[in-house]
Design a protein around this ligand. Structure first.
Ligand code: GDP
Ligand code: IMO
Ligand code: MG
Length: 423
């Protein structure tokens, strides 16, 4: 048996889709354990690009069963579209499994996500407006509608009525929005019944049995550690736990079942939406990284903010997640820069911090301390052996490994499935 968690060590978009797909050729199951269609995971196979938001990245292999587990939130319309689009490209989705306990993103969640963001003005989070926060909010308040509630038509009707009464009041009276119609929602959701019935199951039991049968299982994280609701840059975070512990909770299998945790990190860093960003480069360097790295959101098309790699936050991420190895992506994007910087500490008043500060005020008043590295110009995008990389690129990678004390086992040098260095 092997069980591996793949997750983002930064603010998302690290290349989890590519990395999950890389490992998925040998996996029997790929499990999404949190998040919803706020995720946008890209896989490139023979120049064809696939953007997945809800279906786990293992779907690309016939031999792999994709599982959407209990910790996820699901928008039926998006799920159906994604399945249809994969099927049109001859990718089989017939073995996809969906947990009875996953929560449903309802139309009022999306409306509220928009209205709440608008009302926040300057303090807005910059959410994906997919209804993620309001849906998880209902789950925590024990008002949410789960897949199993939907499967029982009478229960679904009464839960929808109860929720809609409350949500319409909030929408109209607090946010001055337009109320939603019960019958329209009900009839729209009926069109998904057959599909959802065919996918739903007890995924916790299915994964547990697969572990007993010595299957290879991958757990695919969404978003990134710094967007974790408990451990990220709150309130500028997503509404679920994105870190490794939630692979256990969100999948419904005990914590002793996990063997490896692969942290995916870019060779630099990016962030979409608002919130603190210690090493942000709002200058020519940032523009270079955005252009060369094609840093535009998979889900919303928004321009991602870019900056230098931050080893203080990467070390924090390694600690929070028990990272056993690192998968560095997008090293090729740094090619062509004269000088490459890495943040090795935060300066706060007269102190030098090397542990990530949890207190927001300290984080906001700190400035980055950089170590400079010589850049490289040779095209590295077809290199498959570490010692063939330019010496300065090797020095850069070796420094990250020494600083974080986490082995860098893989380096990605392009978006294609095969563009990897295995060390
Ligand atoms: P995810 O959300 O973590 O799966 O990442 P996204 O798919 O949102 O963003 C990563 C982007 O970088 C995608 O467009 C990938 O195709 C691309 N990508 C992944 N690895 C590499 C790499 O090593 N080099 C380059 N140039 N692009 C990469
Ligand atoms: P993947 O899986 C990058 C960000 C949003 C916003 C914050 C809250 O592709 O890495 P939400 O809609 O979740 O309530 O938004 O989280 N965010 C992401 N940023 N990649 C993602 O997913 C993200 N999912 C959410 O931009 O700042
Ligand atoms: Mg993404």
């Amino acid at each position: 048996m092997s069980t591996t968690i793949v997750l983002g060590a930064q603010w998302g978009d690290e290349g989890k889709g590519k990395v999950t797909d890389f490992f998925a050729s040998k996996a029997d199951l790929v499990v999404r354990f949190q998040g919803g269609n706020n995720a946008g995971h890209t896989i490139v196979v023979d120049d064809e690009k696939f953007a997945l938001s809800m279906v786990p990245s293992g779907v690309m292999y016939d031999t792999c069963t994709p599982v959407i587990a209990s910790g996820c939130v699901v928008d039926f319309e998006v799920l159906k579209k994604e399945i249809d689009s994969l099927n049109q490209k001859n990718i089989d989705t017939s073995n996809l499994k969906l947990s009875y306990n996953a929560h449903i993103i309802m139309p009022y969640h999306k409306v509220l996500d928009e209205l709440i963001e608008e009302s926040l003005g300057d303090r807005k989070i910059g959410t994906t407006k997919k209804g993620i926060g309001p849906c998880y909010g209902d789950k925590i308040q024990r008002k949410g509608i789960r897949i199993q509630d939907f499967l029982s038509p009478e229960k679904f009707k009464s839960k929808l009525q109860e929720n809609l009464n409350e949500k319409n009041k909030i929408i109209e009276e607090i946010y001055k929005g337009k109320a939603l119609n019960f019958d329209e929602i009900l009839s729209e959701y009926e069109t998904f019944r057959e599909l959802i019935e065919s996918l739903s199951t007890d995924t916790s039991l299915f994964i547990s049995n697969s572990i007993k049968e010595n299957k290879n299982i991958l757990f695919e994280g969404a978003q990134g550690t710094l967007l974790d609701i408990d451990h990220g840059t709150y309130p500028f975070v997503t509404s679920s736990n994105t870190s490794a512990g939630n692979a256990s909770i969100g999948s419904g299998i005990g914590p002793l079942n996990f063997e490896k945790v692969v942290g995916v990190t870019k060779a630099y860093i990016s962030r979409v939406g608002t919130g603190p960003f210690m090493t942000e480069q709002s200058n020519k360097i940032g523009d270079y990284l955005i252009e060369k790295g094609a840093e535009f959101g998979t889900v919303t098309g928004r321009r991602r903010r870019c900056g230098w790699l931050d080893l203080v936050s990467l070390k924090y991420s390694a600690r929070i997640n028990s990272l056993s190895e690192l998968f560095i992506t997008k090293l090729d994007v740094l090619t062509g820069l004269d000088e490459v910087n890495i943040c090795v500490g935060y300066k706060f008043k007269d102190q030098e911090l090397t542990d990530y500060p949890l207190v927001e005020d300290i984080l906001e008043k700190s400035t980055p301390i950089y170590k400079s590295f010589e850049g490289w110009n040779d095209d590295i995008s077809s290199i498959t052996e570490f010692n063939k990389l330019p010496e300065s690129a090797q020095t850069y990678i070796n420094f990250i490994e020494e600083f974080t004390e986490i082995p860098i086992k893989y380096i990605s040098v392009g978006p294609e499935r095969k563009q990897n260095i295995i060390r």
